[in-house]
Write a protein that binds this ligand. Structure first.
Ligand code: ADP
Ligand code: MG
Length: 762
């Protein structure tokens, strides 16, 4: 122990020398100057004292004041300076992996070191660490950042940490939040002290739709101005109305909205239709008009446009690129900011535009709080964000653009006032804003809890429901019950809700339990590579792009990867492998362009593959020798079977009629295939079943990626079904299934693995 102590002391001295050398270097001094200009710096001593004296504190402050990048550094620096640097170990969590990476990079640049002493984590990773290291031994400080977002992982972390604090009296917990609902968190931790970092934001003038129309001269009543994109959305929303009538009715609705003093006066139907289409359908042209207005009439300054998601961003970017003013690279620098962007692209966002060039950034709500673009003076706010909600009754997640909260709208507006007084253009009437809810519903209350419940179980918790009742706001019992049923179906929990061996493995993998199961099956059945690609793809996002105006071409391009597989998952594998080959030949860019593939997404899939591969090797589930793991990778039916084992009970029967096909899920619900699915391009599918990863409700229920499977595959690799009209057909198969699944799934897999190992060795 004293040897250890000596080693750490020596290391502490080295850290101090390094830190001083950096601080005295010219670059270090320059960096220090910038850091001293941040509002957090003035509060440094007060913050350090508060952290030393209290186990928990809650810190709030305007976005960009230096919470995330500075506070962990203050602690680290002062510990290093007092010669205790090596004894201090700080973890800071971020809700999103991408912002964790950006912050880690920034902090190491500020410290002039290649790899930071402070660890920045996605909050999910800290949770996983807590599974094996219940007491966070060796950690001295935990920062939980962006708690105001009320992400599921954050809410969960707070339950676990609250439980841990009495056992780890020396551990410090620092909660950080942008907006001012610090009270809630302080109360949760028995009245923990709150510290506010006063910001230096300038006033921002808010323009609501009524003013925006006046400023830009944009006429709502001439609906000729609705662009194609808007038309299409309107069609979807208002199918029941004749086109002409639809136009008039919507015009009337908007005009009505502008005249009404309060949103409360609306009929609920009028509210729904407003919520459905506004501001999307007037959206693109109106945004274009606002951007033109800013570029022509307003003073210099960057523009930040908040959109709902990547699809909208890329369509709008394409539209703007064709515009004589906005598309002119000598006058406008058009950038995008979203979850899937590459780090190189991200750097551009922080850079100042050259003089006389207007920087315009099209962003998702990622730019709301976790990323700060310094020179923004104008904000355009569409008022919507894609939000996942969860329909517990039908056990279906829904992904719909919905109105943001008042807190988000204020936050977005605030982004315009960082360097000078700013302007914010809200593209909805003031009365609509007044009807927004005050805060967004916590994620814990609007998502399926499958992964979460598995992790709770791995913390050796008896009753999941009881555990979750300690949350800031506890989820519905039905949601919890659905999750438990799901985990039993996967084989992660046994009948008595105890964790199985399989469940223990699944909890270690940073993916949805069913994808984790697919990975393990892929390893056991020696077809690891393709399964690894599929699982990584499903956890990152679809690399196949679907531009609004080139849907057909994109679909054709994708179907080339499918041959006669009747499988989106196998198309993904082919596309990924093709990309690897193209990369080796130096033609990756062209390959992606030709095939409507996103290089960034493929890159992300590539790095996630390595991560999963590493974890599974560590766990001893795959062999060091790739050839052994892939002995059976060329066996298509086997890969299909493994896909089925993972995605079950996501399964739909294929119903052929004379000229058409339809698809029915187990609960006899009708589902549609996404336009981009390879299976949507066939007249007939020679498989009785499609397995799918998820169904999503977007007006109707859709299934995204699917793979055709046979009866025998379903019988051997699916699980037990109990409802729906298909149940009769499957009854006869269940004898086999029961026989096969007789012991717990995990034990069964282990036996199979032994068996297979023996076979392979022969
Ligand atoms: P907060 O967490 O309070 O929102 P941050 O600590 O993230 O603030 O950022 C503090 C300041 O550091 C920002 O105002 C911004 O100017 C600067 N900054 C943060 N990240 C970067 C980066 N990657 N590149 C350049 N500047 C950055
Ligand atoms: Mg921050």
């Amino acid at each position: 122990n004293s040897v250890m102590e000596k080693v750490l002391q020596r290391r502490s001295l080295r850290l101090r020398n390094m830190q001083r050398a950096w601080q005295e270097s010219p670059e270090g001094q320059k960096m220090m100057e910038f850091r001293k200009s941040l509002p957090a710096f003035k509060e440094k001593e007060r913050l350090l004292q508060a952290i030393a004296r209290n186990q928990v504190i809650v810190i709030s402050g305007e976005t960009g004041c230096g919470k995330t990048t500075q506070l962990p550094q203050y602690i680290l620096e002062s510990e290093i300076e007092t010669g205790r640097g090596a004894f201090c170990s700080i973890i800071c969590t971020q809700p999103r992996r991408i912002s964790a990476m950006a912050v880690a990079e920034r902090v190491s640049a500020e410290r002039g070191e290649p790899l930071g002493e402070t660890i920045f984590f996605g909050s999910g990773i800290l949770l996983r660490r807590l599974l094996s290291d219940r007491n966070l031994d060796g950690i001295t400080h935990v920062f939980v950042d962006e708690i105001h977002e009320r992400g599921m992982n954050e809410d969960f972390l707070l339950i676990v940490l609250k439980d841990l604090l009495p056992r780890r009296r020396d551990l410090r917990l620092i909660l950080m939040s942008a907006t001012l609902n610090a009270e809630l968190f302080s109360n949760y931790f028995g009245g923990a002290p709150k510290i506010h970092i006063p910001g230096f934001t300038y006033p921002v003038q808010a323009h609501f739709l009524e003013d925006v129309l006046e400023l830009t001269g944009y006429k709502l009543s001439s609906f000729n101005q609705i662009d194609d994109y808007g038309q299409e959305k309107m069609w979807k929303m208002q199918k029941q109305l004749a086109p002409r009538k639809r136009k008039n009715q919507i015009t009337a609705l908007v005009e009505d909205a502008l005249n009404k003093s309060s949103f409360e006066n609306y009929s609920s139907r009028a509210r729904d239709s407003l919520a459905c289409w506004m501001p999307d359908c007037i959206g693109f042209n109106l945004i274009e008009a606002v951007l033109c207005h800013i570029c022509r009439k307003e003073r210099p300054g960057a523009v930040l446009v908040f959109m709902t998601g990547w699809e909208d961003i890329s369509s709008l970017r394409d539209q703007l690129k064709a515009h004589p003013l906005l598309g002119d690279p000598n006058r406008v620098l058009l950038l995008t900011c979203h979850g899937s962007m590459a780090t190189s692209e991200q750097k551009l966002i922080f850079e100042k535009a050259p003089p006389n060039i207007r920087k315009i950034v099209l962003a998702t709500n990622m730019a709301e709080a976790s990323i700060t673009i310094n020179d923004v003076v104008f904000v355009v706010d569409c008022g919507k964000a894609k939000e996942t909600t969860y329909d517990a009754l039908n056990n279906t997640p829904c992904l719909l653009p919905s109105w943001i909260s008042q807190a988000s709208a204020r936050q977005r507006r605030g982004r315009a006032g960082r360097v000078q007084p700013g302007e914010c253009y809200h593209l909805y009437p003031r009365c609509v804003y007044e009807a927004f809810s005050e805060y967004q519903l916590p994620e814990l209350l609007r998502t399926p809890l499958n992964s979460l419940c598995l992790q709770i179980k791995s913390l050796q918790v008896e009753s999941i429901g009881e555990f979750l009742s300690a949350a800031l706001q506890a989820p519905e019992p039905l949601t919890v019950q659905n999750a438990i049923e799901f985990l039993k179906m996967v084989g992660a929990l046994d009948e008595k809700e105890n964790l199985t061996n399989l469940g223990k493995f699944l909890a270690m993998l940073p993916v949805d339990p069913k994808l984790g199961k697919m990975l393990i099956m892929g390893a056991i059945f020696r077809c690891f590579d393709p399964v690894l690609t599929i699982v990584s793809g499903l956890s990152v996002r679809d690399p196949f792009l679907l531009p609004q105006d080139k849907k057909d071409l994109a679909g054709t391009a994708k179907s080339r990867f499918s041959a006669k597989d009747y499988s989106d998952h196998m198309a993904l594998v082919r596309a990924y492998e093709g990309w690897k080959d193209a990369e080796r030949e130096g033609s990756a860019y062209e390959y992606c362009w030709r095939n409507f593939l996103s290089a960034q997404t493929l890159q992300a899939i590539h790095s996630l593959r390595r991560q999963f591969g590493f974890i599974l090797r560590e766990a001893g589930l795959v062999d060091e020798d790739a050839a052994v793991n892939n002995k059976l990778s060329h066996n298509q039916s086997l890969v299909r079977a493994v896909i089925c084992s993972g995605l079950f009970p996501g399964i739909a029967s294929v119903v052929h009629r004379e000229t058409s096909m339809s698809f029915k899920t187990m609960d006899d619900g009708q589902v549609l295939l996404y336009a981009n699915s390879v299976n949507s391009r066939y007249q007939t599918i020679p498989y009785p079943w499609l397995v799918f990863g998820e169904k999503v409700k977007v007006n109707t229920v859709f299934i995204r990626d699917s793979t055709g499977v046979s009866d025998s595959i379903l019988m051997l690799f699916g699980g037990v079904l109990s409802c729906g009209e298909q149940a009769g057909h499957l009854k006869m198969l269940q004898g086999y299934i029961d026989f096969f699944m007789d012991s717990s799934l995990a034990d069964c897999y282990l036996k199979l693995k032994e068996e297979l190992d023996r076979l392979i060795q022969k």
